[in-house]
Design a protein around this ligand. Structure first.
Ligand SMILES: [Zn+2]
Length: 546
């Protein structure tokens, strides 16, 4: 059994390691090698195994800040492993910050970065600073790394200066946009932005849990008569899959209030008219009766589809109602999604959609209303949650966001929508090429106790402990392997194995003794995203490669 010791016990190469780590993570290069933060006063930080050579952790960066970012994590980041403790002579400001216009200036430049979040010595939030300034602070030993994702430093003194800072949110059913804007005389200026991807697997996970419980109870307990429906739902109850989105939005608002001196909140208060989405001509009293007035569903279908199978066109035979997008594929029970089919056609179609079955014309032209329904449901709950922060809140409609965005010629992205939300979104300075943070909500554990084989019988050993040698699946780690086939530096989320050979990013079988923990799993995955949708950027990347 190995003993893990906190990194702060380790000695030299103080600022160097931090500065280089900072450089890597800020240059947006996935070949990042963040070093363990030295001099950090959090004991939880950077536990590393005994056998790890301390010098390996401060190995020089192998990534070129000007190189095109290579996608994918856990890739071998450079080879060979450089000599331990080598100093890089060019670690000066000029070499780290590309010359030219400022990242937020009028001329957008490929790869401008989020500002670095800063805390004062007493852990109160300070104004976020530029990456260059953070590097200088770290090199001078005036700050230490506190978090890697999102990157945050803690000062060794307290600062006073505060400027008006807005947190702008664009809530969405799948992805929410977050933007921190600095209020200047000419309008807002985006200094930090992120996109928060919600979990979409919650309904499935709950159904799976239900099935597993039901199976277990009928196997293991005596018969019990059904109970009355004696459960009630509290007022304001939301389905777990929907509530999750409210909670994530609240969590990130509270986190950012803790980490930055936010003075105002802005929220896009969206409301979708689902009837108008289905029928653009609808007006007045037509909102009230609904499609089915005067009909039963089956009668309506028989009349609408002329008592024929929608697929083979034959009549005078037993007809069944068919979901154009099957229920198993998240198709709804809306009348728009129903048609008539004879038994053979219905069987033959199976779990395919009408379009996949060769009838694209049958497919309803309107998209599902699920996302709109979720957004409508959470809008007030989110506002209520934000009100508890006691900060002034500014509201903006979805139409206003789009108007602001198109007036300023910004492309569509969740974080740009957030920045353009509300009346304050009229004049926003931002770089569409900015590298923003993609935050994805992830499940933490799997309920399954043992894996079954194809026939449902237990296979292998029961699930082991989730904590293996001080690591948990999802921790952010760095590994420097000096020899062997796994030689190189590896960085990413870890998947623990009982054997002690872990998976780091995409690379499996890395012995635990080479691992250093950078950050505990906090239920999110973080990766930088660059806007690749702009043709100008693509051309520039192409010319950089050639
Ligand atoms: Zn048919």
């Amino acid at each position: 059994m190995q003993k893990h010791i906190p990194t702060k016990a380790k000695a030299p190469t103080k600022a160097g390691g931090c500065a280089r780590a900072l450089k890597g993570s800020l240059s947006g290069c996935d070949q990042t090698q963040p070093a363990v933060p030295q001099g950090t006063d959090r004991a939880t930080w950077g536990t590393t195994s005994k056998n790890t050579p301390a010098d390996n952790l401060s190995s020089p960066p192998l990534c070129n800040p000007n190189a095109t970012p290579a996608p994918g994590k856990g890739e071998r980041i450079g080879k060979p492993v450089p000599k331990a403790g080598r100093r890089i002579p060019h670690l000066v400001e000029d070499n780290l910050t590309p010359k030219g216009a400022s990242p937020m200036g009028a001329t957008p430049r490929k790869g401008s970065f989020n500002r670095v979040l800063v805390l004062n010595q007493d852990r109160t939030p300070a104004m976020p600073c530029t990456p260059a300034r953070a590097r200088r602070l770290l090199s001078a030993g005036k700050a230490a790394v506190l978090r890697f994702q999102p990157f945050m430093v803690i000062l060794k003194h307290n600062t006073q200066g505060k400027q008006p800072l807005q947190l702008k949110t664009d809530p969405g059913a799948k992805t929410a946009g977050l933007a921190l804007t600095l209020q200047t005389k000419t309008g807002g200026k985006v200094i930090w932005a992120a996109e928060l991807a919600h979990r979409t697997d919650i309904k499935h996970a709950l159904l799976q849990r239900k099935a597993q419980r039901r199976g277990r109870r009928q196997r293991k307990t005596r018969y019990r008569a059904a109970r009355f429906q004696n459960r009630t739902r509290p007022k304001g109850w939301l389905a777990p899959s929907v509530k999750n989105r409210v909670l994530r939005g609240t969590t990130w608002t509270q986190r950012l209030i803790r980490w930055t001196p936010i003075t105002h909140l802005v929220i896009e208060h969206v409301k979708f008219d689902t009837q108008l989405m289905a029928n653009p001509e609808i007006s007045g009293i037509e909102y009230q009766p609904g499609t089915l007035q005067g009909y039963e569903v089956r009668q309506y279908l028989l009349e609408k589809w002329d008592r024929r199978c929608a697929y083979c066109g034959r009549d005078n035979r037993p007809l069944t109602s068919d979901h154009i997008i099957p229920r198993s594929r998240n198709g709804s029970n809306r009348i728009l999604n129903l048609t008539l089919a004879c038994q053979p056609c219905n069987q033959d179609k199976g779990s395919r959609t009408a379009a996949e079955y060769g009838f694209p014309d049958l497919q309803p032209s309107t998209l599902g209303l699920q996302a709109a329904a979720i957004t409508n449901t959470i809008r007030w709950q989110l506002v209520d949650a934000l009100k508890t922060t006691k900060l002034p809140i500014e509201y903006g409609s979805g139409g206003r966001t789009k108007y602001n965005r198109t007036q300023q010629n910004y492309p569509k992205a969740h974080w740009i929508d957030a920045a353009c939300a509300g009346p304050s979104g009229e004049a926003v300075q931002l770089n569409p090429h900015q590298q923003v943070l993609r935050i994805s909500a992830l499940p933490r554990n799997n309920r399954r106790m043992v894996r079954p084989d194809t026939f449902g019988f237990p296979k292998g050993q029961p699930k082991g402990p989730s904590n293996v040698k001080g690591f948990r699946t999802g921790d952010l780690v760095k590994a420097v392997v000096p020899t062997g086939t796994k030689r190189g530096s590896w960085y990413g989320r870890v998947a623990v194995r009982a054997t002690g050979n872990f998976k780091v990013g995409q690379r499996d079988g890395i012995p635990v003794r080479y691992l250093a923990k950078l950050q505990h799993n906090d239920g999110y995955n973080y990766e930088p995203i660059t806007s690749t949708f702009l043709p100008g950027l693509k051309a520039r990347v192409a010319s950089a490669i050639c």
